[in-house]
Design a binder for this molecule. Structure first.
Ligand SMILES: Nc1nc(=O)c2c([nH]1)NC[C@@H]1CN(c3ccc(C(=O)N[C@@H](CCC(=O)O)C(=O)O)cc3)C=[N+]21
Length: 716
């Protein structure tokens, strides 16, 4: 009976149910355990430890070989929530722009950052892949059902056991009582014997006295016979004395025999008392043990019933969640897209799925406790009553073990989700999308060249020697080269006049090989930006900054010739990630002419309900927290904290803010307006900085230039 010998011990430490992103089984072997006892045993000698020595520390170690002594120890991980925060020191680059200008500060790109960035992306792609599907959810529900079934079986079994054990305990108690009764009655008979002994001893005494009297009389008779020979009287007296003596002796002998008989009986009964006492004591010990067993089995039975109730609750919860999820998914019809999955994941989070999944995971641990209990209970039963009972319960135990392993798999899934939860959001990879767009543009440009022999041209006017502006202009030129757009560059000194700029604009306006004109902003302060932007002919305003373009953008039923590049890039990202905009609440932070305001107009055109949060907004956090989509363009590093974000929101971060960082080669690194660390744990999707909106701005500039060339040359 191997199982009876098998003591299962378990130590389980966990800090309650709080979302505890605590479990990290890095060892994938865990997934592979088939549901068999032997494999379970084998698994106990495997080590599913942590491979990360850093923050996410979970130790799960099952050891021991033949005896299934399993020590399961789960410790809560600590998680880095470092955030640059508002207290970060902004890098002062002499720009001095209004925070709402939306004109993103800039800096040279760091290869290191790009590398880190792509690493992050890799992790993210993995994380998104584990967001459960509806089918997985259904599977989970099925598991919950199965678990309930087993919990029910278990509780029935325990009830049965509890009944049997208590019956046995009662019988043992009765037996002990009877044994004590026997002891008592034996003692009573000893007492009686002792009582009887008294008179017998008295009789012996009296018989002895009578005998000595008779003997004395006999002596006297003998003596007087010697003196008075043959006196008849004396002869008679002698004979009488002799007779007396004989009688007395006989009586004494009888009495002594009676005493011996009594004493023998007493000895016998006393021996019996010892035996009976032993029996009674043993019976009493058994009875006490049985009572303990009853108490234990009652606790187990209670536990089993509690488990059953819990399992029932989980089934109900899982059913509700499934219904909700099904409904929402039907409404949204977005279950398959990448973003859809992330949103679904967040949705599940909101409707409590993870709590249930986690409960299921914990249930697996509880199941282990229950199994230990069953085995312990089996031992009780085996010793006290019926070892066969345990054997007959074997399938149930096996079932629980199977479930336990299934439970662990669930747990691993939960764990994966929890790890996912750390960077729950899909990373919206602007760099990748921009590359895709550039490739598409390149194809169209070569087609255009083939069909009509025209190559689009972009003219860029750069005034002054701002390093960042120079970098951007260089990047724009590179981008043009990569897709086959001709680029024309004019560089003017910081102290050039506005007229010079206007002259160049006018020349480009008239140049048929130029299809797009861009005046790099900001302009030196002595120039009037409005005048300069107004001078760009609207057909070539690829930046979309011309008031006529903005005006048309704002009006229903009117179409701008060009949409400003940065906001257009933001919307393009949402589209490319299948993020629905229609009917969503959108909040734009910042009201600049070149980003915030056109972004709000574009969102509205996409049927979002739009709010604009700006420097005079009383409760920016509260309003922002209502948003399904946030576009932030203020130029404040890490201003939007995790607490500003509704779980599942989509975050587009336009800010490109340099912050001091001595660890970076350049002495600074770029961060967005949104605190990525915090927000990425709450949002369903987020753009990184760098690698988010920035590259899209340039891609949209190319797209606008192509569009312009097509329009000018009447190409489709
Ligand atoms: N008439 C005009 N039109 C503009 O579109 C315009 C302008 N003036 N003045 C300056 C701002 C800024 N701007 C950016 C473009 C690309 C990145 C970009 O690609 N950023 C990279 C990082 C670059 C780096 O590391 O330094 C990224 O976010 O991944 C950033 C900023 C366009 N602007």
């Amino acid at each position: 009976m191997a199982l009876i010998d098998t003591a299962a011990t378990m130590i389980f430490t966990s800090s309650s149910s709080s979302t505890a992103r605590l479990l990290l089984f890095n060892n994938t072997k865990l997934h592979k355990f088939p549901n068999t006892l032997s494999n379970f045993r084998r698994s106990t000698s495997l080590h599913f430890g942590t491979s990360s020595p850093t923050s996410r520390t979970i130790v799960t170690h099952c050891s021991s070989s033949s005896a299934s002594v399993c020590i399961l120890k789960i410790s809560r991980g600590t998680f880095k929530t470092a955030c640059q925060g508002n207290d970060s020191v902004p890098f002062i680059n002499g720009n001095g722009r209004d925070v709402e200008s939306g004109d993103t500060k800039n800096a040279e790109s760091s290869k290191e950052e790009m590398k880190n960035d792509s690493k992050e992306k890799g992790e993210e792609a993995e994380a998104v892949a584990v967001a459960p599907t509806l089918d997985e959810l259904k599977e989970l529900l099925q598991k919950a059902h199965k678990e309930l079934e087993i919990a029910q079986l278990n509780s029935i079994m325990f009830e049965d056991k509890a009944q049997r054990i208590s019956e046995a305990a009662i019988a043992l108690k009765d037996k002990a009582l009877n044994a004590w009764d026997d002891v008592n009655s034996a003692l009573i008979s000893i007492e009686e014997i002792v009582k009887e002994e008294g008179p017998v001893k008295e009789s012996i005494k009296r018989a002895k006295m009578a005998l000595s009297l008779a003997e004395a009389r006999h002596q006297v008779a003998l003596e007087s016979e010697n003196e008075n020979l043959n006196s008849l009287e004396e002869e008679e007296a002698l004979l009488a004395a002799q007779k007396d003596m004989k009688e007395c002796s006989a009586k004494l002998e009888d009495c002594e025999k009676a005493l011996i008989r009594l004493q023998n009986r007493k000895d016998e009964v006393q021996k019996e008392v010892v035996t009976l006492n032993d029996i009674a004591e043993k019976a009493q010990t058994d009875a006490l043990k049985a009572e303990e067993d009853v108490a234990n089995i009652m606790l187990l039975a209670e536990e089993a019933v509690a488990l059953e109730l819990e399992a029932l609750k989980r089934v109900n919860d899982a059913e509700i969640v499934l219904q909700k999820a099904e409904k929402v998914l039907q409404e949204r019809g977005e279950s398959t897209s990448r973003h859809g999955r992330a949103t679904f994941s967040v949705l599940l989070f909101q409707i409590g799925f993870y709590a249930i999944a986690e409960a299921l995971g914990l249930a697996a641990v509880k199941a282990l406790v229950a199994i230990s209990a069953i085995i312990a209970g089996g031992r009780l039963v085996g010793m006290s009553i019926d070892p066969k009972l345990l054997v007959s319960n074997f399938p149930v135990i096996m079932g629980s073990l199977g479930l336990l392993i299934a439970g662990k798999t669930i747990m691993v899934a939960v764990v994966a989700i929890q790890v996912n939860n750390e960077t729950l959001a899909t990373v919206i990879d602007g760099k990748r999308v921009a590359k895709d767009i550039r490739e598409e543009i390149a194809v169209e440009i070569s087609r255009m060249k083939e069909e009509i022999g025209i190559v689009p041209g972009l003219a860029v006017i750069l005034v002054g020697d701002r390093k960042d502006s120079a970098t951007y202009v260089r990047n724009k030129k590179k981008a043009c080269d990569s897709v086959g757009i001709n680029s024309y560059e004019v560089r003017l000194a910081e102290d050039s006049t506005e007229e010079e700029v206007l002259n160049h604009i006018s020349k480009f306006n008239d140049d048929p090989s130029v299809h797009g004109i861009l005046v790099q902003l900001p302009l030196p302060s002595h120039m009037n930006e409005q005048n300069v932007l107004n001078a760009v002919c609207i057909e070539k305003d690829v930046d979309g900054f011309h008031p006529l373009n903005i005006g048309r953008l704002a009006m229903r039923g009117r179409e701008p010739l060009f949409v400003p590049c940065t906001p257009k890039g933001c919307i393009e990202l949402l589209h490319r990630y299948d993020i629905p905009i229609k009917g969503k609440r959108a909040v734009v932070i910042g009201r600049s002419n070149i980003v915030g305001m056109p972004a709000a107009l574009l969102l509205q055109r996409e049927d979002a309900t739009v709010s604009i949060v700006h420097s005079r907004t009383k409760n920016p956090e509260e309003i922002t927290r209502q948003a399904d989509i946030i576009i932030s363009a203020v130029g404040q590093p890490n201003m939007v904290r995790g607490s500003w974000v509704k779980p599942g929101a989509v975050l587009i971060d336009v800010g490109i803010n340099p912050v001091e960082d001595p660890e970076c080669a350049r002495g600074y690194r770029l961060v967005g307006d949104i605190c990525y660390e915090e927000a990425s744990k709450v949002a369903s999707a987020i753009t990184p900085v760098p690698g988010g909106v920035g590259p899209m701005t340039i891609a949209m500039l190319l797209s606008n230039t192509l569009l312009s060339a097509k329009r000018i040359h009447n190409l489709r």
